[in-house]
Design a protein around this ligand. Structure first.
Ligand code: LMR
Length: 394
């Protein structure tokens, strides 16, 4: 039967991770998949997570199923982290999911269930898996302009012009902070204009927030998401704990659906439970429980926030070091955007050929579209990257 299958396209991010692993050079630099690495190249377990794991090991006396939406305490803790008190709790439906990807997938499925003809507007570029999932689900996908190749900032006029085409019954997918892959983000006034446009067109926003705490701080990074949730009658929010808690393989995420009233909330909540049941029954619990413990305990939470802040400031320092070295070596300010971008990623904005040369001649692995994971650098490798970028003539 399976001879009817066609080979599936390989995900570009996964392909780079494999090529990196297979490269025997010990000078190679991994700027591919979005994971944080410390100065020694390790993706450490955060101390607060280790501590919560120890407490959990001692206290947990059963591994029996949780509920279809996971432990409701996880939902409450994550709603607090992402939305603060922007929206009444009674208007929010939520379900734990396997990672942020699980939340994205469930969100698209929910849209498809409600509106089989919905069109989904995604930024050009966006995280490639957004497109892969939408295509797999057979949903109509439109790209809105986002990245300005000249300034390496947001093409805001293009974005607004394209989003004007979205209408009620369509979905506009936005990155809550730390845009992946570009690193270019909207400022407060631009977010306000997007919100006003969504109010005008009636399109439903969906926010993917996978890097809260990696840009300008935990609250600053959630500010746009909170404003959208408070200003529009409905929105979907897919949040990930992979990066800000460093629990990538535990697959910890959540889908929240904000609605205007409690009867819509009840319908949404039942739909989320049903979608979980259909796809995997119960979502993973271990990571979600650690996150809940950390967010609920004053000391663990304070320690986690301090660790996360160190990670964030370390990435900003790497951005400044890289931009500074490039300025020194190239004698121009054209790489200044690297210090302005936020989050793990920056789109260097160069050709696939130059990305290939960087890989083959310098052992530097970035994604084919020239996305670099800044968190894959350290203070020793940042100047080496700058040298290589100038050498290949970016
Ligand atoms: C990335 O964009 O590198 C991360 O979100 C990891 C992934 O699953 O692609």
């Amino acid at each position: 039967m399976f001879e009817t299958l066609k080979p599936q396209p390989v995900d570009g991010i996964m392909a780079i991770a494999k090529a990196y692993r297979e490269d025997p050079r010990d000078t190679k630099i991994d700027l591919g998949v979005g994971v944080y690495k410390d100065a020694t190249g390790l993706t450490p377990i955060m101390r607060s997570v280790k501590e919560a794991e120890q407490l959990l090991w001692e206290a947990q006396n059963t591994k029996v199923y949780t509920g279809l939406i996971g432990d409701p305490a996880f939902g409450d803790a994550m709603i607090g982290l992402v939305l603060g008190d922007a929206v009444p709790r009674a208007n929010i439906a939520a379900a734990a999911t396997p990672g942020g990807t699980g939340a994205v997938r469930q969100a698209f499925e929910m849209v498809k269930m409600a509106r089989p003809d919905a069109r989904v507007f995604v930024s050009d570029p966006t995280w490639p898996n957004h497109i892969s999932i939408l295509e797999y689900l057979g949903m109509e996908t439109l790209r809105y302009r986002y990245f300005d190749d000249e300034t390496r900032g947001v093409d805001f006029d293009g974005m607004m012009a394209d989003l004007r085409q979205a209408k009620a019954g369509d979905v506009v997918l936005l990155h809550g902070c730390c845009h992946n892959p570009t690193g270019a983000n909207l400022n407060t006034a631009e977010w306000d204009a997007v919100i006003a446009l969504l109010q005008e067109t009636g399109a439903t926003p969906m926010i993917d927030i996978a890097y809260q705490g990696f840009g300008d701080g935990l609250d600053a990074d959630a500010a746009a998401t909170r404003k959208i949730a408070a200003s529009l009658p409905e929105c979907l929010i897919a949040a990930s704990c992979s990066k800000n808690f460093g629990i990538y393989r535990e697959r910890t995420g959540i889908l929240m659906v904000v609605s205007a009233d409690t009867s819509a909330q009840a319908l949404n909540q039942g739909t989320l439970a049903s979608l979980n049941r259909l796809n995997y029954s119960f979502p993973p619990d271990h990571g979600a429980r650690l996150v809940t413990m950390i967010l609920q305990d004053e000391t663990l939470r304070a320690n986690w926030m301090a660790e996360l802040e160190d990670v964030r400031l370390g990435m900003l320092k790497l951005r400044e070091t890289l931009a500074g070295e490039l300025q020194r070596l190239s004698g121009s300010d054209r790489f200044g955007f690297l210090a302005q971008h936020r989050g793990m990623f920056s789109l260097l904005g160069t050709t696939p050929d130059k990305v290939k040369t960087l890989r083959e001649e310098h052992g530097i692995y970035m994604i084919g579209d020239s996305r670099m994971n800044i968190a894959g650098l350290n203070l020793e490798t940042a100047p080496l990257l700058a040298r290589a970028i100038v050498d290949v003539g970016v």
